[in-house]
Write a new protein. Sequence first.
Length: 362
Amino acid sequence: MNQEALKHIFDQFQHESEFSSFSELASGHINDTYLIKTVDRPHYVLQRINHGVFPDVPGLINNKVSVSAHLKTKVSHLPKAEQERRVLSFISTVDGKQFYEDVPTGYWNLTQFIDDSVTFERVVDDEIAYEGGKLFGEFLNQTGDFKVNDLIEVIPNFHDMSFRYNQFDEALQGASAERKAEAKDCIALVEASREEMHILQMLKESGAIPTRVTHNDTKISNALFDKNNKGLCVIDTDTVMPGIIHYDFGDAIRTICNTAAEDETDLDLVNFNIDYYKSYVKGFLETVGESLTPTELEYLPLGAKSIIFIMGLRFLTDFLNDDIYYKAAYSHHNLDRAKNQFKLLESYANQYDEVKQITKLA
């Protein structure tokens, strides 16, 4: 978008600042996000929500604004400036709404930019893993008394294993013989894992594991740090919705503890970094551990196994469907991604007893 159009949208919000310049923030893959520089601070983050991915954008924005307001009550003892570094601050429109709907371009929301902060695309040491664990654990802990039924399900069936298996079964039935042959080892693993991979879903549906407010995109780049690498706050809350903590825990572990990129084709480089696991789970349980039920705690390791698996399953399903969901840079990109995740799963499974012991003692 051009500067004039962004300035017009920016001025629909109650910011009381003078637009100076903008730059695109390219860390996300779904929404369009811009850093708006002003003549005087604060600066702002202006975001357009992808209506094609998120069917109920007003509900999504209400989710994250409501959760942020709740989080603000948890840090009300801090000075205002520090509160604004610890929790995302959403800015209302000039007519008091949570978002601005621009007819040509869609839905927009505005947050205050947190100065002197950094993000990491990959974990580079144990300290970042530990601080990330503290941040995501604290998010879950501080939202523990939020009325989860007040939230909409932003992406229905997002982590529903039965739904993902149904997608896989349909894709397998319609896949070409060539693609099925190329993916036969991955397909065999998926078929052999059906029973174990439904355990968490059955526990959730039976009520043995409580439904909580969950973030649902806990990669390390969604944790904000200060310049001393200490955790500040959780960002990118578009996918906040009802869920179980195991998937938030698991997705963080999946992205933090892989020794290689998600589409690395040299599988010898793909392993599970148990040292980062140890650091993350230590920070995570320091902040949220006392609020977990014994059953929640017991099944945390399975949460990581399940999320690594479900991502491999989704990549495999898309490969069998001729790459209709994920962007593929080449013909076997999604199969390579699936193999990558299943190799990570294998490495994790080989260390599973140690993982469970670490979790129990953290």
